[in-house]
Design a protein around this ligand. Structure first.
Ligand SMILES: [Ca+2]
Ligand SMILES: [Ca+2]
Length: 299
């Protein structure tokens, strides 16, 4: 390696370590502030599932919330393209009442190590990491480069299924309509997000790309589900389509469609896409180095 490349590599490594230290310092500062307020934080284990209790919540967004999403988008370096994304934000309308029965959902994203065990047992196909995600083939990272069908096969092998879009949103928003899994305000130190711009990577959270699942514990919901916002964005079971106008129970989305819904944003997505109501969509056969999934199970 020429000396100049070595120097650049060293400077980049120092920058990454500095960012990781800053993220940890931010987390420690928050913990101390919580302690000063008399709040004791118990850290849940990241394996296993979490019961998402039956209940009724409002899925989707009012116009004011969609305008807020645009405002968040305009904080980004690529703000000039925010108006082009308005159709995706508008797909959160109309807000509608959804009643769900008990469901269990994975606390964390499925890891590459979890997926590997399914390949070794038989039902799952090997993933083409070499075609763009080789550096992500590590057991503690979320599995990526996975199609919707392969994600579904994995969840069946585990005795579950992909969560519905409504179950995913209920897990992230709770019954009180949180804007982000942790609350109402965006904080770049809490979840592994990115930014909107020519360079979509953001290291304030300590990670330019994927982080090990659960590495950012303050990204969690009050009931301990981690990385719903950011890290790998997540396939859900529904076809993408317009929301219903009225109240529904255990909705499963349109009967058919062209694209499947994706939720939560990733390490390469800006803050507006990390919102719990934000909707993404892509062809079911597509594979991305920033997309994974988690599974759900009957309650
Ligand atoms: Ca990041
Ligand atoms: Ca995620």
């Amino acid at each position: 390696m020429p000396p100049s490349a070595l120097k650049i590599g060293f400077v980049a490594a120092v920058a990454l370590v500095s960012a990781a230290v800053a993220a940890r310092a931010g987390a420690e500062q928050k913990r101390r502030a919580d302690v000063a307020l008399g709040v004791v934080t118990l850290t849940a284990p990241i394996e296993g599932t979490v019961l998402v209790r039956a209940g009724t919540f409002t899925m989707g967004s009012e116009v004011a919330e969609i305008e807020h999403a645009l405002t968040l988008c305009r904080y980004e370096p690529g703000r000039q393209s925010c108006e082009r994304n308005i159709d995706d934000f508008a797909a959160e309308f109309p807000p509608h009442s959804v009643t769900l029965t008990d469901t269990r959902i994975d606390r964390a994203e499925v890891t590459a190590g979890d997926y590997r065990r399914c390949v070794e047992t038989g039902p799952c196909l090997s993933l083409p990491f070499a075609s763009g995600g080789k550096r992500f083939e590590q057991p503690d990272l979320p599995v990526t480069m996975v199609s919707w069908g392969e994600a579904s096969t994995y969840c069946k092998w585990r005795g579950g299924r992909l969560p519905t879009e409504a179950e995913w949103e209920r897990a992230a928003r709770g019954l009180t309509g949180r804007r982000f899994p942790w609350g109402s305000t965006y904080d770049p130190y809490l979840a592994n997000g990115g930014r909107l711009g020519l360079d979509p990577f953001e290291d304030k959270d300590g990670y330019l790309e994927l982080s090990p699942v659960g590495a950012l514990p303050f990204s969690r919901t009050p009931d301990g589900i981690v990385d719903l916002a950011g890290n790998a964005e997540e396939w859900v079971s529904d076809w993408f389509g317009a929301y219903p106008e009225g109240a529904v129970t255990d909705p499963k989305g349109p009967e058919t469609g062209d694209e499947k819904v994706i939720r939560g944003g990733s390490y390469a997505h800006g803050r507006a896409w990390l919102r719990s109501a934000a909707r993404g969509h892509d062809l079911p056969g597509s594979r991305r180095a920033w997309r994974g999934f988690r599974c759900a199970y009957e309650g």
